[in-house]
Design a protein around this ligand. Structure first.
Ligand code: BGC
Length: 268
């Protein structure tokens, strides 16, 4: 039994068909929120997330939209408002990697990652903020007019060679989040980031898929285990709740200590 509830709140999670997004959607639903499960390509997986929520007694539907396309984002929010009347929680989770050595990186690899990881968060946050401001606080549901959670990464602070496009997108999300938080706080809108470390999902299968790769990865994680999507999901649900009502404008890292410079534990 959770000590808080998101009962009656409407939440939109982007990229909720798999990985961290799915973990977040399941935990928000467990706390009582009704969900829009956004996906870009994999309808079967998105329907699976919806079914898991429904069979646990929750409410959800899937909606396809590429978060980097303004018209598709607006169509998604229109459907959200049609089904649920409003939005209380936005989780900007959709993101991808297009890894390449810097000197070999194509403009397309650069732009695809920036468009989806960063511009996508801008477009979704803008639609949500407009609705939060229009509607204002509804006391029975939450002390805040709305909550925006941005999925960042430890790579908003840890530079990452071979992944310059991705690290840049996450550094950008940090200032997007902070600047939005500053501007929107007077409207009682909270904006926070979660900075996950290595979470066991399809995006980083190369880093944990074999015993050798996992052993190498664990040298970067003082707590000595890879994270799971429900770790991040529980944090997202708590941050969305009034338990976290005084938190805005910061990144909470959830990384088993990856940001503690583990290489210095026996060196330097
Ligand atoms: C990346 C993963 C990586 C992790 C830790 C995440 O943001 O998407 O591929 O394993 O950071 O480096």
């Amino acid at each position: 039994m959770k000590s808080y509830s998101l009962q009656g709140q409407a939440a939109l999670v982007t990229g909720a068909d798999s990985g961290i997004g799915k973990g977040v959607a399941l935990e928000l639903a467990k706390a009582g929120a009704k969900l829009l499960i956004n996906y870009a390509h994999n309808q079967v997986a998105a329907d699976q997330t919806v079914n898991e929520i429904k069979s646990a007694g929750g409410e959800a539907f899937a909606f396809q939209a590429d978060v980097s396309h303004e018209a598709e984002v607006q169509a998604m929010f229109a459907e959200m408002f049609k089904r649920y009347g409003t939005i209380d929680i936005l989780v900007n989770n959709a993101g991808l990697q297009k890894d390449s050595k810097f000197v070999d990186m194509t403009l397309d690899q650069w732009q695809t990652v920036i468009n989806i990881n960063l511009t996508g968060q801008f477009l979704c946050s803008r639609e949500a903020a407009r609705e939060f401001i229009r509607r204002g606080v509804v006391q029975e549901r939450s002390k805040a007019a709305g909550k925006i959670i941005c999925m960042s990464s430890v790579h908003e602070v840890i530079p990452w060679g071979g992944h310059v496009n991705y690290a840049t997108s996450k550094g950008g999300i940090m200032m997007l989040m902070k600047s939005m938080a500053q501007e929107l706080a007077p409207h009682k809108i909270r904006v926070v980031s979660i900075g996950p470390g290595a979470i066991q999902t399809p995006i980083n299968r190369d880093a944990w898929g074999t015993p050798e790769s996992l052993e190498k990865l664990l040298t970067l994680i003082p707590y000595n285990r890879i994270g799971q999507p429900d770790d991040i999901g529980r944090l997202a649900a708590w941050l969305s709740s009034d338990e976290a009502d005084y938190i805005t404008g910061i990144t909470i890292f959830m990384d088993g200590g990856m940001t503690l410079y583990p290489g210095f534990a026996d060196n330097g």
